[in-house]
Structure formats: structure tokens, C-alpha cells
Design a binder for this molecule. Structure first.
Ligand code: 1GP
Length: 242
């Protein structure tokens, strides 16, 4: 069973999942190995790999480090088309459907298509939606798009519905890395009630309590990155909140 099939199966069964996001610019092989071991002990579901910038050329080494310590699938969550590696298991091919920047909707994908086609990566077509979170996030600035207002759950629901009808396999509600406020539970619930696809939620999840609120509202997969960099013990606590 591939990643997409497993996500869909668990979504239908109501089995919640947890991904730890690794920003390649924030980790070395040495610092990552401890986090990988904690992830394996806690039985997390995925490692997501990606960030907004490209300060270091360490993607292959970080993937190798994860492989050496665990069999947990590695999924690329690329901030740009330079963050690609055929050594991962899959890639979230993000179309930024909350924005109106054609480059982020289809342009970058055209450039990456031959590379992705020739790779063995599982392509996870993802309707990616940025949600306003109290301050400008790196992803909003870098993508040159305006996030959906946090209190406009109906716009988010219609955007997710459109993504599903366009054939996306996953919907990702993201408040942005290090967001001041995570995606509001009311918006998660409204989106979840409008689609049948697995729903990923991330950005600003800094505690097990916030993760649980996202799960309870309807998130099928919660992603946390920033807070884990400061408090790796959070991995076990969020894993237990699934
Ligand atoms: C960002 O959803 C991810 O794109 C995770 O966000 O780093 O705030 O956990 P954090």
C-alpha cells in the first residue's frame, strides 16, 4: 500500500496520523539523529522534509540519516524546486490553491515535472491552503500570496471543495511554520465536513493540546516542526494525542 492509499484508508477508519517536519536548514545529521530516534520510539507516521530557504546542501545526508535509524516514510514538502531528492519515498506536489500566483498553482510544477516523472517518488497531489495566522509567515511572503482570513471558514471550505473536484488527493491547511496562531478548529471542522479527502493541518502547533484540538476538529494528519526544534519531547506528547 502506498502513502496515499494508507492515508485514505486511515482517514476512512478515523485513525489519526502525525508527521514531524524537518527543515533542512535547521538540522545537521548529528542533531537530526536524536529527533529521528524519538520519532521512531513514539511511532510517528511520517517525516516531512522541507523549508522556505536553502542555506545548506544537506538533503541527501538528512534522508540517509532517517533511513539508517528507522523505516518511517520520508515525504518531501518542498519550499522550492531546489528541495528535491529521489531518495525520499514521496513528495507533496503542492498547488497553492488559496493563492492566485500562477507560478505556485502550476508554473513550478511544469519545471519539476520531468525530474519527478523520472524519479521513483510517489507523487502526492496536494491542494495547499495558507490560512492567516496573526502575522506574515515565511511561506506567505515567499509565495507572494495572501492567506485566507482565519475567520472565513466558508471560503476555506469552498477552496478545499474546488481542490477535491480538480483531482487533488490531499488537502493541507497551513497556518505557516512558526505561526502565531494555528488554523482555527472551526475552520478545520468546516473544511473536513466539505470534503472526503485526507485533511492535513499544520503551522503553529506548539503543544499536544493544540494538536488534540486539531484532531478533534477533523484533522487526519497533524504536522509539527518549529516547536519540536526547541522541545523534541513534544514528539512523544503529540504522538500520544492522536
Ligand atoms: C509548516 O505546517 C508546517 O508548513 C509546520 O509548521 O513549523 O509551525 O510546526 P510549524
Amino acid at each position: 500500500m502506498n502513502i496515499c492509499q494508507s492515508l485514505l484508508k486511515d482517514t476512512l477508519a478515523g485513525k489519526k496520523k502525525f508527521a514531524v517536519l524537518i527543515d533542512p536548514d535547521k538540522y545537521t545529521v548529528e542533531s537530526l539523529s536524536g529527533v529521528v530516534k524519538l520519532g521512531a520510539e513514539a511511532g510517528i507516521d511520517y517525516f516531512f522534509l522541507g523549508g522556505s530557504l536553502l542555506l545548506r546542501d544537506n538533503l541527501p545526508q538528512l534522508i540517509a540519516c532517517i533511513r539508517e535509524n528507522t523505516t518511517i516514510p520520508v515525504v518531501l514538502f518542498p519550499g522550492n524546486d531546489l528541495q528535491l531528492s529521489g531518495k525520499a519515498d514521496g513528495i507533496l506536489l503542492l498547488s497553492l490553491i488559496s493563492g492566485r500566483n500562477p507560478d505556485m498553482l502550476i508554473g513550478r510544477h511544469v519545471i519539476s515535472a520531468p525530474y519527478l516523472k523520472a524519479s521513483n517518488l510517489e507523487i502526492l497531489s496536494t491542494g495547499y491552503m495558507l490560512i492567516e495566522s496573526g502575522s506574515t509567515t515565511a511561506v506567505s511572503y515567499m509565495s507572494n500570496t495572501t492567506p485566507i482570513p482565519a475567520h472565513k471558514a466558508d471560503i476555506a471550505a469552498c477552496t478545499a471543495m474546488a481542490g477535491e473536484m480538480l483531482g487533488m488527493k490531499l488537502i493541507y491547511l497551513d497556518a505557516g511554520s512558526g505561526a502565531k496562531n494555528p488554523v482555527p478548529p472551526a475552520m478545520i471542522a468546516k473544511v473536513k465536513g466539505s470534503i472526503s479527502l485526507p485533511l492535513i493541518v499544520g503551522g503553529g502547533i506548539t503543544s499536544a493540546w493544540l494538536a488534540k484540538a486539531a484532531y478533534d476538529a477533523g484533522a487526519d494528519l497533524v504536522v509539527a516542526g518549529n516547536a519540536i526544534e526547541n522541545d523534541p519531547g513534544l514528539i512523544a506528547r503529540i504522538a500520544a494525542a492522536r
